[in-house]
Design a binder for this molecule. Sequence first.
Ligand code: PEP
Length: 281
Amino acid sequence: MSQPEICPQVRTSHRLRYNRQPKEKALSNGSRRPVAAGNWKMNLLRRDAEALCQGLCAGLDTELATDIVLFPTATLLATVARQIQGSPIALGGQDLHPDASGAHTGDVSGPQLADAGCGWVLCGHSERRQDHGESDVLIGSKARAATDHGLLPLICVGESRDERRAEQTFAVLRRQLTAALAEKPASFEIAYEPIWAIGTGEVATPELAQRAHAFLRQTLTELVGEERAATTRVLYGGSANPSNVADLIVQRDIDGFLVGGASLDSGKFLDIIGACARHQS
Ligand code: PEP
């Protein structure tokens, strides 16, 4: 039986075709293709996921100048994989175990994610560090396991409110980044997610975010060399929404967004994708 056309390439008046817009800026992040990533966390049932994917697919142009990736709950991976077939949207897991298989009840491995159609995986999201006590060292093992199994890890780092108040932000970011790259994953992207901004509505100012991103890129230069540091995408995450992303994406070291709440609404997520694509075009 042939597959139903689940992500029709329909043309709607809302369709995003930003790749055809004129070039406006030549900032230094113009050379890095932006990423709009949606972290669905532990939300949605299959029917909600289907509707969300259909809303996204209907509004996207296949030639958008932006990478788009969705990180659904493991139970939704098969549903989302079917829905995004033929679209420019990539799929990612929210976590992986460092081992390829074995007696690890409740966990999911890199090969299993790849088998489910994933190309990406989140490593070290602050909710996993907090809720599951994930250590910096474990996150380093996960990042390495990801690339060993053909997945691109999106490594999340970020300070708590107390750490920022204590002026420990840069020390925390350096420690987390150094540990995450200790096992030398073959490739990676970074998400700067200040914990105090996640799910709070309190977005980092563009200046504050840019300072953290520039620090991360400088630290990457020390850890992996200038060339890789210059090409690594550093995404901002923490209450990103359509009303604040335009001011963030023009910062020279901000290369896109890891979006929680706003990615659960196709209109809002399309607006965020549009802001990334407009900046790149
Ligand atoms: C996240 O959890 O990765 C996140 C950025 O969430 P929110 O956008 O809801 O703050």
